[in-house]
Design a protein. Sequence first.
Length: 295
Amino acid sequence: MDGLLNWGIDVVLWFQQFSPGLDLPFKALTFMGDEAFYLLAMPLVYWSIDRRTGARLFILLLFSAYFNAVAKVIADQPRPFNYDPRVKPLGHAGGGGMPSGHTQNAVVIWGYLAMRYHKLIGWLIAGFLMIGIPLSRIYLGVHFPTDLVGGYLLGAVILILFLWLVPRLEHWLVQKGFAWQIALSVVLPILLIFLNPTGNRYVLSMIAALMGVSTGFVLERRSVRFSSHGPLWKRTIRYLLGVFILFGLWGGLRIALSTLEPTALFRFIRYGLVGLWGGIGAPWLFVRLKLAEVE
């Protein structure tokens, strides 16, 4: 293992010889795999482009993030800048490095979108990002090449399973009805809490967001049934309004609940409420303000 890590350090140092000249483009690429980017992008799809695709992307991303965080805890592999002082930490990263979450999420999100729409331009964009985002992590000194391989493999497995399972699960849930849908939205995340090997706070956040957003999706279909279509000006206003409130919740609750104990419980509440806002709160408000039609 040390031999692979030492080889990985050589690769990282080769990329970093181009710093600071390429810092800006590589930091821009890595931002497209950050939590803040997905907080901007996922609601855009769900609220203003394609509701069904957006809902699936939310679920896919949260499951991917959960399994990545668990895998990092199990692998417990250092970051390059922790392993060798010659590596410059050009980006912020905490916890273990294997597998790369940016790589894994690039595969599942952009791979899913490319397969969903079957457009050449979509495949080209997806291919570029599935290469560029991972390479940015090497350049920034936060991942070994082997971390990227782990991210590609785990991401591919998750994407394949998602594409095979979700249409069958959706059909089954439609037949079962509202009670089963709500029960699964609550029980499955609770089960994932017990499968969390160390109580990792990032894993807990993903589970809470999953519970909030999946419950929100079920309630939205029962009581709101908003349409993501409509004039461009309405789509734009509802996205800007919704994301403004979303970031207010995300940041405001972080400040308001930061001193309360137990920390894990209030972190769960914070991310759960953010998920609920995305799934049903914002669509309800859009319909009330006549920024969205009812299907």
